[in-house]
Design a protein around this ligand. Structure first.
Ligand code: GMT
Length: 397
């Protein structure tokens, strides 16, 4: 390893050369913000300085006491001439300030729109030095929003100008080439999970808040966007409950929540579904469920499914996007076609009616979460990416 190179010991306990990282993210409850926050905090724990640049305090940043973690809120101007605040410009300006003030070495943009663009703009503005820019693609920044004519060229430009680009699954990496027309190397780095926080072991007090001991407890966690098909989650519960007494907990909030809630009442299962809203500490509920449901129509990875697997909870999900890279059909859960509610509900019933199968899948999911998606491995991949990005940046790529 040459001079100035970054190096982390395998357990990340002793960084040999601390660096300063700036992270651009959507601070809300979405998976990209969760991944951005938790990845950066792993580097903070290893002794590096971390600066979050966001429109709000990141959702999963529950402990604010670390001395080497800063949050810089992006302020915008609500000027009557503009239909909406010009956040990309505000974010780029704030980032440039942070880069100069704190000597940022690496900027990590999570979710290309608009963060990759803000990162490239800030890098061009800064006169003190040239920080490395890493962009991580998460999903709809490629498959939905990035693809929209309104954003496509700017998104492609920012991705290609990044020093290193990563995607959270092989499927998303390929989509970025196929649909966005990006022509630069992209490395697939999977998401990971804190397998100590997300661990098996039903908490009976928590479970009994939602279900009797003779009832099954199904769980869904998302930001209730249309791609999550939260109404199908409710339909699955209704179908399962027609055969096996069951309850459903829905964690999160978003545009489809009122529809899902109305549907539960229409289907006569209003009293069997609990909507808890969004909150960052879902671990205890996660490990207390019997089955985790993710019937999405689009999913680049499915972070919540991985959190369920780490918690020893089998997953019933759809075989779309990157989900098959996370959940192995028939091993750690069941995958069915999107919108096929009878098949998805059938898979849930199969799991609920066969204790041995349920136990096997729970154990297989946990095993996969702590091996294939091990935190140390994924964090090391990002450490190597930061090093490669710094090398590319210093050679003025
Ligand atoms: O891309 C999105 O839709 C937003 C993003 C989020 O912030 O919720 O979700 C994506 O990133 C997550 C973290 O990498 C992945 O686990 C999700 O699968 C992915 N969502 C989609 O592709 C729909």
């Amino acid at each position: 390893m040459g001079p100035g190179a970054l190096s982390l010991t395998p357990d990340l306990a002793e960084p040999t050369k601390p660096f300063t990282l700036a992270v651009l993210l959507h601070g809300g409850a979405g998976g990209s913000g969760v991944v951005a926050t938790e990845t950066a905090l792993r580097f903070a724990r290893a002794g590096h300085d971390v600066h979050f640049i966001s429109n709000r305090v990141p959702f999963r940043l529950v402990d604010r006491s670390d001395a080497n973690v800063w949050v810089h809120q992006v302020e915008t101007l609500a000027y009557p001439l503009f239909d909406a605040p010009l956040t990309t410009l505000a974010e780029a300006s704030r980032l440039a300030e942070v880069i100069e003030t704190y000597g940022v070495d690496v900027v990590h943009a999570h979710y290309a729109v608009p963060h990759a663009t803000a990162a490239i703009l800030a890098r061009d503005m800064v006169t003190t030095h040239r920080p490395a820019v890493v962009t991580t693609l998460h999903g709809t920044d490629v498959t939905l929003v990035g693809l929209d004519r309104a954003y496509l060229r700017a998104t492609r430009h920012a991705i290609q100008r990044s020093d290193v680009v990563t995607a959270v699954s092989h499927h998303l990496r390929q989509q970025t080439y196929d649909v966005l027309g990006v022509e630069c190397p992209i490395q697939a780095i999977p998401n990971t999970v804190d397998a100590t926080r997300f661990r098996p072991g039903v908490d009976m007090d928590v479970r009994r808040r939602f279900a009797r001991d003779d009832e099954a407890l199904l769980l869904h966690v998302s930001n209730f966007r249309p791609v999550k098909r939260t109404c199908d989650v409710v339909r699955i519960l209704a179908e399962v409950n027609a055969h096996v007494p069951a309850r459903l907990v829905m964690v999160g909030d978003g545009p489809e929540q009122p529809k899902a809630s109305a549907l539960a009442r229409d289907l006569g299962v209003g009293d069997r579904v609990t909507f808890l809203g969004a909150f960052p500490t879902v671990e205890a509920i996660m490990r207390s469920a019997d089955v985790f449901l993710l019937p999405s129509s689009l999913e680049a990875f499915g972070l919540a499914a991985l959190e369920a697997m780490a918690s020893g909870v089998p997953v019933v999900a759809t075989s779309v996007g990157g989900i098959p890279e996370v959940v192995e059909d028939g091993v750690s859960g069941f995958l069915r076609e999107p919108k096929d509610v009878p098949a998805l509900a059938g898979a849930v019933r199969t799991l609920l009616q066969d204790d041995a199968l349920h136990a096997r899948m729970a154990a297989a999911g946990r095993e996969r979460a702590v091996t294939t998606f091990a935190e140390e491995n994924v964090t090391h991949m990002y450490a190597e990416v930061y090093e490669a990005a710094r090398n590319a940046s210093s050679s003025g790529k």
